[in-house]
Design a protein around this ligand. Structure first.
Ligand SMILES: Cc1ncc(COP(=O)(O)O)c(C=O)c1O
Length: 355
């Protein structure tokens, strides 16, 4: 097999542009020989349950799935009746980046709330938390938050506790989209359970793909009373892999030791380096006209650029527009982003904005 791409090119488009971490690839290879029972009755999926219990405590149940959309859609579906609605930030992946799958596949109404920074608060939740018992309104029964958020920001455990209490007092459950949960754990320097189970999160999507896995996420049920029928819904939603041992082996590789933290700390550090270098450039005049639109708290940097610069910078490094109308872009760092990548990117940004 010939390598078909230039392996020296890395950009800032997404943390899923990266390859597979070598330790994850080795874990897949180690699980490869011989036969194992298909559809999750394998030794790796059994071990994965123990690994999740070590991180989140006894009594949790993990359902490995293929991707983050599948984890969110299936997890949420297990939390809601047919007439249920979920309250989420308007920027939430479930609202803008899942092709309508929550609505079309799971039949869930999303009640979305605009936010400044991708974060819900009890006050923002209350804009949509009303109308229970009114047959004309989809019933708000779940709140969904994302940690770290789609805007690269973080909730503190206290903020999540306040949201969980607020939701629970009103008969709603709390779901967490953890596509980047490891980045949050690294940035907060806290165990995974400290900002999830311990503060009232009921069900979460645990992300592996953006943090060094080839593919694979898990729906983790933290409170069994909050979720029903996942065994069947996972299959119905086409998220049941027959060779599940390979999804589970990847998540074990990330979570059994500290690989999930090592990878996330690195991608967070590269985003911090990128931001600091641009700030330094703005201060000493080697970069001009760049403004940051969000704090950099995990592995994403959000900024506005002078007219025309994004496309010229993209000739050397790939990245996405976030809000093209105001020249806002998103720069994401991965577990394999290097200091050299960041420095070369910043140098090119400087060249383009000052010449
Ligand atoms: C916040 C968030 N949730 C979930 C996902 C999972 O998406 P996918 O279905 O592409 O794995 C992503 C990926 O972009 C994401 O950013």
């Amino acid at each position: 097999m010939t390598t078909l791409h230039d392996t020296t090119i890395r950009g800032f488009a997404s943390d899923n542009y990266s390859g597979v971490h070598p330790e994850v690839l080795a874990a897949i290879a180690a699980a490869n020989d011989g036969h194992q029972i298909a559809y999750g009755e394998d030794a790796y999926t059994a071990r994965l349950q123990e690994v999740f219990a070590q991180h989140f405590g006894e009594g949790v149940e993990a359902f490995p799935v293929f991707n983050g959309t599948g984890a969110n859609v299936t997890g949420l579906q297990s939390m809601l009746p047919r007439w249920g609605a979920v309250i989420a930030a308007s920027t939430a992946h479930i609202n803008v980046d899942e092709g309508g799958a929550p609505e079309r596949v799971a039949g869930i109404k999303i009640l979305n709330v605009p936010t400044e920074d991708g974060k819900l608060t009890p006050e923002l939740i209350d804009r949509e938390a009303w109308g229970w018992g009114d047959e004309h309104r989809a019933q708000p029964l779940v709140v969904s938050i994302t940690q770290s958020t789609e805007l690269g920001t973080l909730y503190t455990p206290e903020e999540i506790r306040a949201i969980a209490d607020h939701a629970h007092e009103r008969g709603m459950r709390l779901h967490l989209d953890g596509a980047r949960i490891s980045n949050a754990a690294a940035a907060l320097d806290l165990p995974l359970r400290a900002f999830t189970r311990d503060v009232g999160v009921d069900v979460l999507s645990f992300g592996g793909t953006k943090n060094g896995a080839m593919l694979g996420e898990a729906i983790v049920v933290l409170d069994p009373a909050a979720s029903e029928g996942l065994l069947f819904l996972r299959k119905l939603n086409m998220q049941l892999s027959s060779k599940m041992r390979f999804v589970s082996a990847q998540l074990i590789a990330l979570l059994e030791g500290d690989l999930y933290l090592r990878n996330a700390r690195h991608s967070n550090a590269m985003a911090a380096r990128l931001r600091a270098a641009v700030e330094a450039g703005l201060a000493d005049g080697s970069i001009a006209g760049v403004s940051f639109t969000q704090p950099t708290q995990a592995n994403g940097v959000f900024a506005t650029l002078p007219d025309g610069i994004a496309d010229r910078l993209r000739e050397s490094f790939r990245f996405y527009d976030w809000d093209a109308a105001r020249n806002e872009v998103r720069w994401m760092c991965s577990f394999d982003t290097s200091e050299t990548d960041v420095d070369a990117f910043v140098a090119e940004l400087g060249r383009l904005t000052t010449r």
